[in-house]
Every structure is written in structure tokens, then in C-alpha cells.
Design a protein around this ligand. Structure first.
Ligand code: SAM
Ligand code: SF4
Ligand code: SF4
Length: 486
């Protein structure tokens, strides 16, 4: 086995570039459930006398950063659903990290400082409240909102003001006013964000919201002055929407979107870039086209989020939602086709669709894994039925060929020890086959590096269109058997 010369790591600079703070004080450098304490903003900053001490380089954050820099990734980074799974060498990582830190102009001496102890945020996010008006079944609110006091926490007004000032001082480009909970429920949301908008008119203001409240005209005006609104919707089907986003009303959401768009027109302003946020799962993929059709026709983009299994949710406890990656090959193929289609439609309609992390390529990989060593090129029914019923095959059961001592090729189905071939719907009563035994390494007899024994041809019977075949594996030296098909 050969090893890469250098350790590989995942490319992610969020621990240096992004920070989100929950209303309960929890700090997080990304949206993935943390496996390490990264800091408590209320204790480490709001309640501290010395406001010159910043809370952004806690031991936990340093460990997250070190993990990415060295390739000794924390489990959460290894299993991350949030960013694309781009693997690079640690040297390349360091190069890209330094380039990022220099680009932020925060006076960091990238060649001499310990880079696990520095940050240069471009984006920060705050939840002023953990409260929510809905109980979406895949969100922690579904089990926690009525039992866990953490989900009733709210920033005191003064803390919220000082936080916004500290964030602005970081030289960020973007502020998001929501992490969890529903930001627009916070009693000072309107007042604080209106003030922030006036003080920092050029700072990009974003929010993910369920838009499931009746808003005053002033509040609609404030929403129209955001730069980005990411509206959680999941489904255009009323029934599925209500099932997933419990207590939510689809009509209210759509009405609010219309009001915001009308306000933008009335004020003659650019208005926010609006996207519909749908969490892709077995419950929502069938609505994706409808959401896109509705959204694209109104200049609204679509954000397709990856479903994260969270143990303390109703969906997980009762097995109500499954991620796409766990669905059958056929369904994943359909999802992939739909994703391709809506991507084309977004381009045609001059809007956008964003797939979080690398959902699209992950589904593509699942769909495209192909163990078969050749494609069928004639009408041999068994070979063609194999492709229909096993698609790309699997480890130990796939189309394969072997060369014998005379370099004659034999094509068929490789059936590893312990595997059984089962083909249905054959329009045959028998078939002529033979076993090609391929022996283990060591006694190579031809230039293709295999020692091969060609068996006798035999006729096997097929009962009611079903062929079941398990090869004999008569001695221990046989590595694999290809069932040649005539
Ligand atoms: C936590 S919510 C907070 C903002 C607001 N309450 C809302 O729903 O728009 C932010 C986004 O995370 C999504 N979300 C919640 N639970 C999730 C999960 N288990 N996996 C993936 N996304 C999830 C929601 O659908 C929503 O779009
Ligand atoms: S869990 Fe994912 S998003 Fe979070 S720091 Fe690790 S790699 Fe980045
Ligand atoms: S609206 Fe947002 S915060 Fe509220 S339950 Fe749904 S996903 Fe969770």
C-alpha cells in the first residue's frame, strides 16, 4: 500500500473567517454540531470588565484550527456536511490560509505568528433570540422548545448593542442576524437593526428567516433594506410544508415575500437578494422543481441545504426524515436529474441556485459509481439485464473480463466468494456459461499479470426467467471467478 508523501487536510477557513454566536452565548465557527467547546460569548465578553480582550481565540477554536492545519482533523471536520470535501496537502492549506489572512489586512504577521491563535473575520452571525414560533421536525426546537430553558434565551438589549459594535469593529463584510431561533421575534430586532443599517449602510446584512409572522409596514420596510434574505420553505406543497415546519403557514410566508417585493418597488431601492432555502431530504426532493419554478419566476434564487441528522430532533427520534444519500440508487438518480434540470433553469432565468457543500457532486458520485469493466456492446440478454438490475455493479459483483494464457479475453460477470448472482425477468430457458478462475498473485503466467484457468462450457437452466448462480470456488488459491457468458 502506498501512502501520500504529505498529510492531507480538508480545505476550510471558517475557523479564521466566520463566527456565529447563539443567544445562549455559545460560539461556533460553523454550523456543524460542535464536538468541542469553542467559547461562551456572554461569559467571555459581555460580562467581562475588560472589553479590550476579544473572545475569538479560545482553546477550542485553536484546536479546530490546528486540526485543519495539520490534517489531524476533529471528528466534526471529518464528517462535515457543510463545506465541500476538498482534500489538499497541509502545505497547500497553509499557503491558502496565509493568502486569505493577508487579503483581510488585519495586520497579521503570517510568517511569524502562530496561525491557530489568529482570526480575520469576513462574516459574523448573531442570534439575539433562541426562541422560535415554529417547531420544524428536523430542528432541535422540535424537542427542546418547551422543555429546555436554553431555547427561551434572549440577549439583553445592552449586550446586543455591544455585540454589534464589536462585530463591526472586526472589519467584517457581512453580518447575519440569525443562527437559530427566529430573529424577527426578538423584541429589539427592529430597533437594533434599523440603527445598525443607519450606522453601517455599506455592510452586507443577511438573515435566514421563516417569514411566518404578521409584520408591520415598518418591519417590511426594514426587511426590504436587508441585502440578503434566505427564506426557509422546504416545500410548495401545503401539506408537506405544514408537516415539516410545524405551526408554519405557507400562505403567510408567500404573502410576506410579496409584500417585501412590493415595498422594494415602492421605495425604488435595490432590495434584498431573496433565496428560498430548502433542506434536501426524502420528504422534499419531489418539491424542488415546484419551488424553483415559483422562485425563478419572481427573481428569487434557491438555496438547497444538506440535511443534517440531529439526534435531539423529532425527525431523528421517530425516523421521519432521511438524507438523500441513504435513498435507493433509482431515487438518487432522479434527484440528480432534477438538480441538473433546475440548475439549467436557474441559468436560463438569470437567477441562481446554490447547493450547499458538495451535495450535487455527492449525489452524482453515488449515482455514477461504476465497477463494471466494460459496457454491453451486443444483445446478450444476461449482460444487458445485469446492467439494468445492478447498474454500475458493486464490489465483488460486476461486469469484468479476464485474459487467459493465450491472451484471449473472456467477458462475463465477476462473482466474488460469498456473492451470488440473481437475475430476474430473463426471456431465456437456459444459457451457456463457463467459469474463468483467476488465481491469487505469485504465479503469473501471462503478460496481464493473472494466472487463469478456463473451465468447461456448460448449459445452465433458467427457471421462470430467474437465474441464480453461485460459483464453486473449489480451492483456496482462487482469487475470483468470472462467469463467462455466451
Ligand atoms: C436553524 S434555522 C434558523 C432561522 C429560521 N428560524 C428559519 O428556519 O429560517 C436556519 C436554517 O437551518 C435549517 N435547518 C434546521 N435544522 C436542520 C437540519 N437538521 N439539517 C439541515 N438544515 C437544518 C432550517 O431549515 C433553516 O433554513
Ligand atoms: S466542521 Fe466543516 S465547516 Fe466546520 S470547521 Fe470543520 S470543516 Fe469547516
Ligand atoms: S423555523 Fe427555524 S429555528 Fe424555528 S423550528 Fe424551524 S428551523 Fe428551527
Amino acid at each position: 500500500m502506498s501512502y501520500p508523501e504529505e498529510k492531507l487536510t480538508r480545505f476550510c477557513i471558517l475557523p479564521w473567517g466566520f463566527m456565529q454566536v447563539h443567544a445562549g452565548g455559545m460560539m461556533q465557527c460553523c454550523a456543524v454540531s460542535p464536538d468541542i467547546e469553542q467559547g461562551d460569548f456572554l461569559i467571555d465578553y459581555c460580562q467581562k470588565e475588560d472589553k479590550n480582550e476579544e473572545p475569538f481565540d479560545s482553546i477550542g477554536l485553536q484546536m479546530m484550527r490546528k486540526g485543519l492545519m495539520t490534517g489531524n482533523l476533529r471528528p466534526m471536520c471529518r464528517n462535515c456536511f457543510f463545506v465541500a470535501d476538498e482534500r489538499i496537502t497541509t502545505t497547500e492549506f497553509e499557503k491558502r490560509l496565509k493568502a486569505y489572512l493577508c487579503s483581510r489586512n488585519r495586520g497579521i504577521d503570517v510568517d511569524n505568528e502562530d496561525l491557530s491563535k489568529v482570526h480575520a473575520y469576513y462574516w459574523m452571525a448573531i442570534s439575539f433570540t433562541n426562541r422560535c414560533n415554529l417547531s420544524c421536525i428536523y430542528c432541535v426546537q422540535s424537542t427542546q422548545k418547551n422543555t429546555n430553558p436554553y431555547y427561551k434565551m434572549e440577549f439583553p438589549y445592552e449586550y446586543a448593542r455591544m455585540t454589534l459594535e464589536l462585530f463591526a469593529k472586526q472589519g467584517i463584510d457581512k453580518l447575519s442576524t440569525c443562527v437559530e431561533g427566529e430573529a424577527t421575534l426578538y423584541p429589539y430586532w427592529y430597533e437594533l437593526i434599523s440603527e445598525f443599517r443607519r450606522n453601517y449602510p455599506d455592510l452586507y446584512l443577511a438573515m435566514t428567516t421563516n417569514l411566518n409572522r404578521k409584520f408591520s409596514d415598518d418591519e417590511i420596510t426594514l426587511l426590504a433594506k436587508y441585502n440578503e434574505l434566505d427564506v426557509s420553505i422546504d416545500s410548495m406543497n401545503q401539506g408537506i410544508y405544514a408537516e415539516l415546519r410545524r405551526n408554519g403557514k405557507l400562505e403567510l410566508l408567500l404573502e410576506n415575500v410579496e409584500k417585501i417585493q412590493a415595498k422594494v418597488k415602492e421605495l425604488g431601492i435595490k432590495g434584498p437578494s431573496i433565496s428560498f432555502h430548502t433542506v434536501l431530504s426524502d420528504r422534499t426532493w419531489q418539491s424542488l422543481e415546484d419551488i424553483c419554478e415559483y422562485a425563478f419566476s419572481r427573481g428569487i434564487g434557491v438555496f438547497v441545504g444538506n440535511y443534517e441528522k440531529r439526534s435531539n430532533t423529532l425527525a431523528e427520534k421517530e425516523g421521519l426524515v432521511r438524507p438523500i444519500s441513504e435513498l435507493s440508487y433509482d431515487v438518487q438518480t432522479q434527484v440528480f436529474d432534477i438538480m441538473q434540470k433546475v440548475k439549467r433553469k436557474a441559468e436560463e432565468s438569470n437567477t441562481f441556485i446554490t447547493f450547499q457543500g458538495d451535495i450535487l457532486s455527492k449525489v452524482k458520485k453515488n449515482v455514477e459509481v461504476n465497477y463494471n469493466e466494460f459496457e454491453p456492446y451486443d444483445d446478450r440478454e444476461i449482460i444487458n439485464r445485469f446492467i439494468e438490475q445492478y447498474h454500475g455493479g458493486k464490489v465483488g459483483l460486476h461486469l469484468a473480463y479476464a485474459y487467459d494464457d493465450d491472451n484471449i479475453s473472456h467477458e462475463g460477470i465477476l462473482i466474488a466468494k460469498g456473492e451470488k448472482l440473481l437475475l430476474k425477468n430473463l426471456d431465456l430457458e437456459n444459457a451457456v456459461v463457463r467459469e474463468i478462475e483467476i488465481y491469487k498473485d505469485g504465479k503469473v503466467s501471462n503478460r496481464y499479470g493473472q494466472k487463469v484457468k478456463v473451465g468447461y462450457r456448460k448449459s445452465i437452466s433458467i427457471k421462470d426467467g430467474v437465474l441464480e448462480y453461485t460459483p464453486s470456488y473449489g480451492n483456496e488459491s482462487i482469487q475470483s471467478i468470472v462467469l463467462e457468458i455466451f
